[in-house]
Write a protein that binds this ligand. Structure first.
Ligand SMILES: [Ca+2]
Length: 317
């Protein structure tokens, strides 16, 4: 079993990553902590709670940091819809998060299970940065930290240079990247190249059952964003492919240890993840950078997850 903690700014592709983890018999999700990112905190919490319930899972969802460390918050409603879940009328209200702040949960889980847990981060790194500031000892306590963040090829999706999760809270990302944690970065480049679903892929996944239908219908707004903004032929799935790498490291078909820094001061490049591919700085690598993923295996994992039984979810719309 892979004991796992997931930190997420739960919107539509996060939800698919949660479905992957929560339905995989090899994974034991111990806690979900929510961070502000795609959507405001309350929305991310409700979206995570809904997804957990639909998967029939019993996993606590904790409220985390409701804004970046120092910057004004930037949301991503144009990518995921006003409710973060494609605005398809899901009943995304009224569920109760667990006691305890997400930042404290990240600390306590690491201390209770030193060297055992895989931490998967699917949003801005605000919660993890705060946890590292409050309890620097946790830097050595996670087995793996697999992050959806940045872009190893320098191509951004918010600005020309910055990917969303890094752009929203570069100061937090900077703290995490300099922490000495065993970091693995799955950037938007890997998603854009190897985790794109065509409409035929999407239809096939939706046909697998209620979880498949859920996972695909909530991407409604994403199709337009990919067509209009990022020029992806279909929809790309950054958080799910990151989760796939966390569950099966072999899904990463190309990866290398690199020195990576996050730009916090650039006039045009704030939030850029600067990867020293050639080793020109002479600095020791601090991040395992994943640049390609096994698309077939990723798709097979999605099919498996989307075919699992779903729970009945009630509640008013
Ligand atoms: Ca996310």
């Amino acid at each position: 079993m892979i004991p796992m903690v997931i930190d997420t700014d739960t919107a539509s592709d996060d939800a698919v990553a949660l479905v992957l983890a929560l339905t995989d018999p090899r994974v034991d999700v111990r806690a979900i902590t929510v961070v502000a990112g795609n959507v405001p905190m309350e929305m991310g919490v409700q979206n995570a709670l809904y997804t957990v319930q639909l998967c029939g899972a019993d996993v606590p969802v904790h409220v985390g940091a409701d804004r970046p460390l120092v910057r004004e918050h930037v949301f991503a409603h144009e990518v995921h819809g006003q409710d973060g879940m494609g605005d398809v009328g899901l009943a995304l209200t009224g569920r109760e998060p667990a006691e305890g702040h997400g930042v404290d949960v990240l600390i306590e889980m690491a201390r209770q299970h030193p060297g055992e847990l895989t931490l998967v981060t699917l949003g801005p790194l605000t919660n993890l940065a705060l946890a590292l500031r409050k309890a620097p000892d946790i830097a050595g306590l996670y087995k793996r930290v697999v992050m959806m963040i940045g872009a190893a090829d320098g191509l951004g999706n918010v600005t020309p240079a910055a990917e969303f999760n890094a752009y929203v809270d570069p100061e937090a990302a900077d703290i995490v990247f300099r922490s000495g944690m065993p970091l693995e970065m799955v950037g938007w480049d890997a998603s854009r190249q190897d985790a794109v679903l065509s409409s035929a892929d999407s239809d096939a996944l939706a046909a697998r059952g209620p979880l498949g239908e859920f996972a695909m219908v909530i991407q409604r707004q994403l199709w337009e964003f990919c067509r209009e903004v990022t020029n992806v032929d279909g929809i790309d799935m950054p958080d799910p492919v990151t989760m796939a790498v966390a569950i099966e490291p072999g899904v990463a078909t190309e990866a290398a240890d690199r020195y990576v820094v996050v730009e916090t001061r650039g006039q045009h490049t704030s939030g850029a993840t600067v990867v020293d591919h050639l080793g020109v700085t002479g600095n020791e690598p601090n991040v395992r950078v994943v640049t390609h993923a096994d698309r077939d295996r990723f798709l097979a994992m999605l099919h498996e997850a989307c075919g699992q039984a779903a729970a009945v979810v009630g509640g008013a719309r």
